[in-house]
Design a protein around this ligand. Sequence first.
Ligand code: CP
Ligand code: NVA
Length: 329
Amino acid sequence: MSIQLKGRHLLKLADFSPQEILYLLDLADRLKAEKKAGVYHKYLANKNIALIFEKPSTRTRCAFVVACYDEGAHPEYLGKNDIQIGKKETVADTARVLGRMFDGIQFRGFKHQTVETLAEFAGVPVWNGLTDTFHPTQILADFQTVREQFGRLKGIVFAYCGDGRNNMANSLMIGAAKMGMDFRIVAPKSLFPDPKIHEMALGFAKETGASIRLTDSVAEGVKGADVIYTDVWASMGEEAILGERIALLSPYQVNRAMFDQTGNPNCTFLHCLPAFHNQDTELSQQFPNICEVTEEIFEGPMSLVFQQAENRMHTIKAVMVATLNPPAN
Ligand code: CP
Ligand code: NVA
C-alpha cells in the first residue's frame, strides 16, 4: 500500500495510521542519512513557510528553520507580538490570509483549538509545533531515536514519569498506542491524563496490541523499562504552580534509584528538553528542587537527549516534505 500524505495537516498523531507514522519515520531516516552524506534534494524549493509562535522555542523553531533552508524553502518567523492573530483578528481570518501567501504554516501556542481552526481555514498544510494538549512533532523525533537505539517500536517498554496530563504525556500515550508499545504513565493520581485522551489511546491499543497503563507506583511503572522519559514538572503557562508541582512530583524524579528499579542495565533515558538537571539556570537557582532528572542520569551513557534533539530537525523536515512535495519513492 503506498502512503500519500501530500496536503495533510499534522495536528495530532491520533489522525495518522501506524503505517503513515512509519512512513514519516522512514523518510526522516533517509533525509538524515542524506544530509550526513551531503546530499540535498531541495524538495521544498520556492516554498514559503510561516512559523507562528505564541510560546518560546529553541528546538522546534530551529528545526523548522534549518529544515526549510536545507530543502530550499523560505521560513518566516511570526512571534506573538508580530501578528494580530486572536487579538485584533480572528484565527480564521489570519488562516485565510496566511494560506494565500504561504505554502505551509507551523503553529505553537496555548489552545489546541487554535491550530485546529488554522487548519480548517488555511487551505494549506498546518503543523502543530506544540499546544497545551499535544506535541506531535516531538514524538516523531522520540520514536526515530527509539528505533535508532532498539531497531523497533513494537513491544518497547516505555515509562513516562512526571506530569502525566501534559502535552508530552498525551502525545506519547497516543503515539505508543498507535505503534504497539508497552507504555506506562508513572505519575501521582491527581496528574493522570484526561480520561478522554486515555480512552482514545485505549481504543488505538486494541487495534495494535499495545498496552497502556497508568500507575502512581514508580516500582511498578518502571519495571522492565527499555526507556524512561520525563519532561519539566510545570509546562509553559504553568509557572505560577511550580512550587506545588515540585512538592507533588519530587518522588517521580528520574535518578539512579529509579533506573535501578527497572532491572534493565540497558535502559535508555529520553527527554524532550528543555530540562532542569543542575543548578546552572536562573530558575533552578530560584527553586533548588526543580530538577526532574539528576545530573548523573542526564549526562550519563544512558542519555540520548541530544541525539533526540537533533532528530527534531530530521523528522520536522520529513513532515514538511511529505505534506508539501513527497519524493516519488
Ligand atoms: N522540545 C521542544 O519542543 O523544545 P523547544 O520548546 O525548545 O522547541
Ligand atoms: N510540556 C512542555 C514541553 C516543552 C517542549 C511544555 O509544554 O512546556
